[in-house]
Write a protein that binds this ligand. Structure first.
Ligand code: FES
Length: 162
């Protein structure tokens, strides 16, 4: 796939992937677990890894790319050390999730779905985080922050940036 091939120049260490490929060598049709393991190893799915997987498993690159883009669990871009998940489920939506995302965007200088240039933070909107009574909610790593205001949100991020 041309769109995939264009970005092969990104730095890519093939060693972890080769180990994973060895493990899956005899498992036919194991594209999803293969992608999951690769993502675990790299934090996302580098394009060079997708190309190598296609070659090693004798699968069309467009098929691998199709699976990687279909499932939201897979990331095609590098992520930051801290992933900020702002809930946009119904309860959070009506409690001002949009304001929380905007506060994060302002504090980080990136848009929703992007990663800061220093790769410290990735901002993303997610579906219900399962603690609706605390809406609006965001999660950073394993920590949940509830009943947020935009001011508090900025404060939390500022503190983390130090
Ligand atoms: S809707 Fe946000 S936690 Fe459920």
């Amino acid at each position: 796939m041309e769109a995939v091939a264009k970005h092969v120049q990104e730095p890519f260490d093939p060693v972890p992937l080769e180990k994973i490929l060895k493990k899956f060598a005899r498992k036919k049709g194991a594209i999803i677990p293969l992608l999951q393991e690769a993502q675990k190893a790299y934090g996302y799915l580098p394009k060079a890894a997708l190309i190598r997987m296609a070659e090693a498993t004798n699968t069309d690159i467009s098929q691998i790319y199709g699976v990687a883009t279909f499932y939201s669990q897979f990331r095609l871009k590098p992520v930051g050390r801290n992933i900020i998940k702002v809930c946009h489920g119904t309860a959070c939506h009506v409690s001002g999730a949009e304001r929380i995302t905007e506060a994060c965007e302002e504090a980080l200088g990136v848009h929703d779905g992007e990663t800061t240039p220093d790769r410290e933070f990735t901002l993303e909107s997610v579906a219900c985080l399962g603690c609706c009574s605390l809406a609006p909610v965001m999660m950073i790593g394993e920590t949940t922050y509830g009943r947020l205001t935009d001011r508090e949100t900025k404060k939390i991020i500022k503190k983390m940036k130090k």
